[in-house]
Unconditional design. Structure first.
Length: 90
């Protein structure tokens, strides 16, 4: 199998990777409050890249649904559960 084949990820794996990156960024910058647009710029770099922007927005929705992020208006924050988990991991 070629090296290129090892790098192919399923959509599910790609989504999980973006969710992890978003959560890591939220935790790293806490207590700084980020808007969704700021978070997109932090993760995707280029806010005009629709696919990446959509991936970050989807990740925020999934993290919120899982109880790991909170969104109030346009501000996105890690949840208390996410902060406690990070604290436990040291």
């Amino acid at each position: 199998m070629s090296g290129d084949m090892d790098e192919i990820r399923t959509p599910s794996a790609e989504d999980a990777s973006i969710e992890a990156a978003v959560l890591r960024q939220l935790l790293a910058l806490h207590p700084i409050q980020l808007t969704l647009d700021e978070l997109v710029r932090e993760i995707a770099g280029d806010p005009t890249d629709f696919a990446l922007t959509d991936s970050v927005e989807r990740a925020v929705r999934e993290l919120s649904a899982a109880g790991l992020a909170n969104r109030s208006g346009d501000v996105v924050l890690p949840s208390r559960a996410a902060l406690r988990f990070e604290q436990l991991l040291g």
